[in-house]
Write a protein that binds this ligand. Structure first.
Ligand code: GDP
Ligand code: ZN
Length: 293
């Protein structure tokens, strides 16, 4: 039988097969093959006890996407939450996270939350910049549940993960989607506060048929250090088309003369703040690479 791993606590995996959940362990052979099942994996299982709903994992299907931290397979979409105010929008972080989504090859949705606090409506400018690049941007006020239905629609038929700095409103949005407390503020952390059960279980919540939200306790944003500095520009998706205008092969698009990307920034085809983010992130990645030697 084929199923989806929806939860993992130590060596136990909850596998969803149609409308049943089986508690499974992995066959020993996976250890030899140095592969561990993770939440989001499609697997084949053999039932060992139908009454008790116990089974073993026989096969792990090839992963379309694999993320190391938090350990997740096959997510199809990342929801990047940015707060319009309190805390102020962190666009450098957003650009890092968008690059990560392009790098792993999943769709990205941008949620501008706390729009109620931004009297000057500066979020409109952010929306314009990122919509122009081709990202879907939605405006929300999680506290008043505004924009939640639209967000819910965008989640459909995806395995979704949320990313965003602490305090931007991820838990409030997710709780709004469920219409009840399910995240850090709710069930999960209550368990943690009691002390004993301090597991950081990663879990897929089914919100609709074929639609999941990954709950990833303790996680806020993806680590992008796997991206190579010289590859970074590929993951700024509006940059790629201008590379053919670069004079030098292997142009880093930082210091070179006659750089197609820099020209596009000068004549307004690429947003200046996006380019500045690119330069900062490039520098960070470069420094990390040099420290490795
Ligand atoms: P997380 O760390 O990203 O999960 O953020 P939380 O969901 O815990 O939200 C942080 C704080 O911001 C909480 O006090 C929320 O009540 C508040 N908050 C979240 N969304 C909104 C919003 O849209 N408007 C306002 N005014 N406050 C919000
Ligand atoms: Zn260039």
């Amino acid at each position: 039988m084929q199923g989806l791993i929806v939860e993992n606590i130590s060596n136990l995996y909850q596998v969803k097969v149609e409308n049943e959940i089986y508690e499974t362990t992995a066959r020993g052979k996976f250890k030899k093959e140095e592969i561990t099942p993770v939440v989001g994996d499609m697997v084949d299982i053999t039932v060992t006890d139908e009454k008790e709903k116990k089974a073993v994992i026989e096969k792990i299907y090839e992963r379309r996407v694999y993320i190391k931290r938090p350990k997740l397979a096959n997510i199809t979409q990342i929801i990047f939450v940015v707060s319009s105010k309190d805390p102020k929008p962190d666009l450098l972080m957003l650009d890092k996270q968008l690059a990560f989504a392009e790098f792993v090859g999943v769709d990205a949705i941008i949620v501008l939350n706390k729009t109620d606090l931004d009297q000057k409506e500066e979020f409109r400018n952010i929306k314009q910049i990122y919509s122009k690049i081709g990202y879907t941007v939605i405006l929300t006020d999680a506290k008043k549940r505004q924009g939640i239905d639209k967000l819910k629609d965008l989640l459909k038929n995806n395995i979704n993960a949320f990313s965003g700095n602490s305090g931007v409103g991820k838990s409030t949005l997710i709780n709004g989607i469920f219409n009840r407390d399910v995240t850090q503020e709710g069930e999960i952390s209550k368990k943690n506060k009691r002390g004993k059960n301090t597991t950081t279980a990663i879990k897929l919540y089914e919100i609709d048929e074929n639609t999941y939200i990954a709950d990833t306790p303790g996680f806020s944003t993806f680590d992008i250090s796997e991206i190579e500095s010289k590859e970074l520009y590929h993951y700024f998706k509006e940059f790629g088309q201008f590379e053919e205008n670069c004079e030098f092969i292997g142009c880093t698009h930082i210091k070179e003369q006659n750089c197609g990307i820099k020209k596009a920034v000068e004549n307004g085809e690429i947003d200046n703040a996006r380019y500045e983010s690119f330069c900062k992130i490039y520098q960070e990645l470069k420094e990390k690479e040099e420290r490795k030697w």
